[in-house]
Design a binder for this molecule. Structure first.
Ligand code: PEP
Length: 249
C-alpha cells in the first residue's frame, strides 16, 4: 500500500516574512501522519520553514538543486547544502524549469542521481504540452522523459523516487485533467517503470498528479488507483492546501 504524498510547490512566492505567516496558518491545519505532507519552498525560505515544521510530520522540499558537489557555480545550490539545511525532497524537471531555464532530460537525470546519492527524495516532473496531447503523442513523450530521467538509476533507488505527472496545459491554468485522463497517464507511467525495472519497483514508486489540483477536484483524483498524491501550485499558498491534505476526511 503506497502512502499518499501531498506536496505544495510554492514556486517563486513568499518572502521570509510571508513564509513565516503562511507556516503559522498552514502547519496547524495540515499536520497529519495519514499522508506525507511536504512544503517545497524557495531556497531562501528553507531554513525558516524547516524551523517552523520542527516537531510536526511535515517535511520540507526544495524546488531545485545542482548536480555538482561544490565549486564555481554561482547562484546554484548543492545537495549537501539542502541536506544540511534539513531538506528531504527536491523537485526537478518541472515544466517551468524545462521551459524558462532550459533544464534538459540529461540534467534531470544527473540531478536525480545526485539527490539519491545524498539521501534526498527526487520529485521528478514530466508531462506533455497541449499540442502534444492534441497530436496524440503524449504517451511516447512521457515514456521518453521517464526513461531519460531514470537512466543508470538502480531499481532500489528508483523505488524511492516520486514522479509527478503534470500536463503543462493544466498547470496554473485552472484547467484540470479529468480524473480519467490523469489516471490513464499515471497508470501508463507505472507500466513504463515496470518495463524499465520490474513489477515490484512499479508497485512501490509513488506517482503524483499536478495541474490545478484544488479542494474541489482532489478527492476524485486521489481516489484513482495509480494516483498516489498531488503536486500543488496555486492552492498550496492558501488554507485550501489543508483541505487537499485532508481530502479523505
Ligand atoms: C505546479 O506548478 O506544480 C502546479 C501543479 O501548479 P498549479 O497547481 O497552480 O496548477
Amino acid at each position: 500500500m503506497r502512502k499518499k504524498i501531498i506536496a505544495g510547490n510554492w514556486k517563486m512566492n513568499m518572502t521570509i516574512t510571508e513564509a513565516k505567516a503562511l507556516c503559522d496558518t498552514l502547519i496547524p491545519i495540515s499536520n497529519t501522519d495519514e499522508v506525507d505532507v511536504v512544503f517545497c519552498v524557495p531556497s531562501i525560505d528553507i531554513s525558516t520553514v524547516v524551523e517552523k515544521v520542527k516537531g510536526t510530520d511535515i517535511s520540507v522540499g526544495a524546488e531545485n538543486l545542482y548536480f555538482e558537489d561544490k565549486g564555481a557555480y554561482t547562484g546554484e545550490i548543492s545537495a549537501d547544502m539542502l541536506v544540511d539545511a534539513g531538506v528531504k525532497y527536491v523537485i526537478m524537471g518541472h515544466s517551468e524549469r524545462r521551459g524558462y531555464f532550459h533544464e534538459t532530460d540529461a540534467d534531470i537525470n544527473k540531478k536525480a542521481k545526485k539527490a539519491l546519492e545524498k539521501g534526498l527524495t527526487p520529485i521528478i516532473c514530466c508531462g506533455e504540452s497541449l499540442e502534444q496531447r492534441e497530436m496524440g503523442i503524449y504517451f511516447e513523450w512521457i515514456a521518453m522523459q521517464i526513461k531519460a530521467a531514470f537512466q543508470g538509476i538502480s531499481a532500489a533507488d528508483a523505488a524511492k523516487c516520486v514522479i509527478a505527472y503534470e500536463p503543462i496545459w493544466a498547470i496554473g491554468t485552472g484547467k484540470t485533467a479529468t480524473a480519467e485522463q490523469a489516471e490513464e497517464v499515471c497508470g501508463y507511467i507505472r507500466k513504463v517503470i515496470e518495463e524499465v525495472y520490474n513489477k515490484e519497483t512499479a508497485e512501490k514508486i509513488r506517482i503524483q498528479y499536478g495541474g490545478s489540483m484544488n479542494s474541489g477536484n482532489c478527492k476524485e483524483l486521489l481516489s484513482k488507483p495509480n494516483i498516489d498524491g498531488g503536486l500543488i501550485g496555486g492552492a498550496s499558498l492558501k488554507e485550501e492546501f489543508a483541505k487537499i491534505v485532508h481530502y479523505n476526511a
